[in-house]
Unconditional design. Structure first.
Length: 445
């Protein structure tokens, strides 16, 4: 494996790079001079939450905060435009925002966007909140992800729990508690201007720069013991990457439910019909993805499991005649695991996607090549073992009794009984003319 990576290093010119890209050379020089004179440069990391809130959003936010700390950013700008999403993922996102020592500046953006349901709750947790013109916020009543009616007792419990939680967030940041209650209990929604008038959000703006100017120098509560002033610096954009996009598609609540139930069904089919292989491979990969979707498995650890699963499938292809099912499934698991595992924000660098895909392809070709050779050897052995194919092949005489016209001969590494009307000496060669049971009929070559 080390040799494989060395070859790829020279072929593809491995370049470890930061994600996102570092400033240009002149900016770097300026930063070095500022640090030399004791002036630490400041920055604001700009991220975007769009589409449905789910495990992909939580993973993206986690990596964004790590990236902000790596870059020594003093604040995080969140551009929000979402219809809502998973309540479980929203709770984890809120926990991260509330425990962060970096202020979150949340803006409903662009004009025409909205912060619905989960987005409205996230806005209540942000240290500074704002909205562009022609946006709206609210409608945070919990609903079942399947769209079915929630039983009355469970519905009451869920609503009361969410209400008290959102009200607590509003109190913490001195916002309108009644609005926080109404968006949950009555699914209330307000346009941006009315939301500012009711102290549901802090400010209505026409541009991102105007919002940052408003947030600059504003005192926010990072914890019960810590009050801090917001520092705004140069914007560094941290856009959603391929890892986020793939996870976003897979973690859609309806897709997540279907993947989970489908994976269980496929695994059951494999257990009741051993040797089908394809249902087992797809079911195993789907189950790991489902565990990530339900927050039962961290995304990075899910990547590790998928890589191990992928290598295991491709290795099994050497011994199990699956007609490529194990190899292709292993390749898919290996690629997906690599995308989920390597996180540039945590370590300050990222592996090029070309390296991930090329490594996966080379490993797949190696495994398939070895599998083809193993299958060829197995078929060759089967052909050799078919006795009807032995007629005309040669054997080596090891003993022979001319009176009984019987003896023993060496064939394919084994000793066989022989019969012949000819006379033989030890180590003579003979040709098989007929096979009957465990006896070979031979004649002189």
């Amino acid at each position: 494996m080390k040799a494989l990576f060395l070859i790829l290093f020279f072929l593809f010119g491995l370049k470890v790079h930061s994600a996102p890209q570092l400033p240009s050379a002149p900016s770097l020089k300026k930063i070095e001079l500022d640090e030399a004179f004791g002036h630490k440069p400041t920055c604001t990391l700009s991220i975007e939450i769009r589409d449905v809130v789910g495990p992909a959003t939580y993973d993206y936010l986690q990596r964004a905060e790590k990236q902000a700390k790596t870059k020594n950013c003093s604040s995080i700008l969140v551009r929000l435009n979402t219809p809502g999403g998973s309540l479980q993922s929203t709770r984890k996102i809120i926990e991260q925002i509330m425990s962060s020592d970096i202020p979150y500046l949340c803006l409903i953006h662009p004009s025409g966007g909205h912060a619905g349901s989960a987005g409205a709750i996230i806005m209540q947790a942000c240290h500074v909140s704002g909205a562009m013109e022609a946006t709206n916020i609210g409608a945070a009543s919990p609903i079942a992800s399947t769209g079915q009616e929630i039983p009355e007792d469970l519905k009451k419990k869920l609503f009361e729990d969410t209400r008290s939680w959102v009200e607590g967030l509003a109190k913490y940041h001195n916002r309108n508690v009644e609005f926080a209650r109404n968006i949950v209990m009555e699914a209330k929604a307000l346009d941006a201007e009315e939301a500012v008038n009711q102290n549901a959000i802090d400010v209505l703006v026409k541009s991102i720069d105007e919002f940052l100017d408003f947030a600059k120098g504003r005192e926010v509560k990072l914890s019960e013991e810590k009050i801090s002033k917001v520092v705004v610096g140069d914007l560094i954009t941290y856009d959603p990457d391929l890892r986020h996009d793939v996870l976003q598609i897979l973690s859609n609540p309806q897709w997540a439910y279907l993947i989970f139930m489908g994976s269980l069904g496929l695994l059951y089919f494999e257990l009741t019909h051993p040797g089908a292989l394809v249902p087992g491979v797809v079911g195993a990969i789907g189950l790991v993805i489902s565990l990530m979707n339900f927050h039962m498995l961290d995304v990075s650890w899910g990547g590790v499991v998928l890589i191990i699963l992928g290598v295991g499938f491709m290795f099994a292809e050497l011994f199990v005649p699956s007609f490529g099912a194990l190899g292709i499934g292993g390749l898919a698991a290996f690629v997906a695991g690599s995308l989920f595992l390597f996180d540039g924000s945590a370590a300050g660098y990222a592996l090029p996607k070309t390296l991930i895909f090329s490594t996966s392809l080379v490993l797949f070709l190696m495994m398939m090549g070895l599998s083809w050779l193993a299958l060829g050897a197995m078929r060759s052995g089967q052909r050799r073992r078919k006795k009807e194919n032995w007629v005309g092949q040669e054997v080596i005489i090891k003993e022979f009794d001319p009176n009984k016209k019987r003896g023993m001969a060496f064939h394919h590494g084994e000793l066989w009984k022989i019969k012949s009307h000819d006379r033989f000496e030890i180590d003579d060669k003979a040709r098989i003319t007929k096979v009957s049971g465990l006896t070979l009929f031979v004649e002189k070559v």
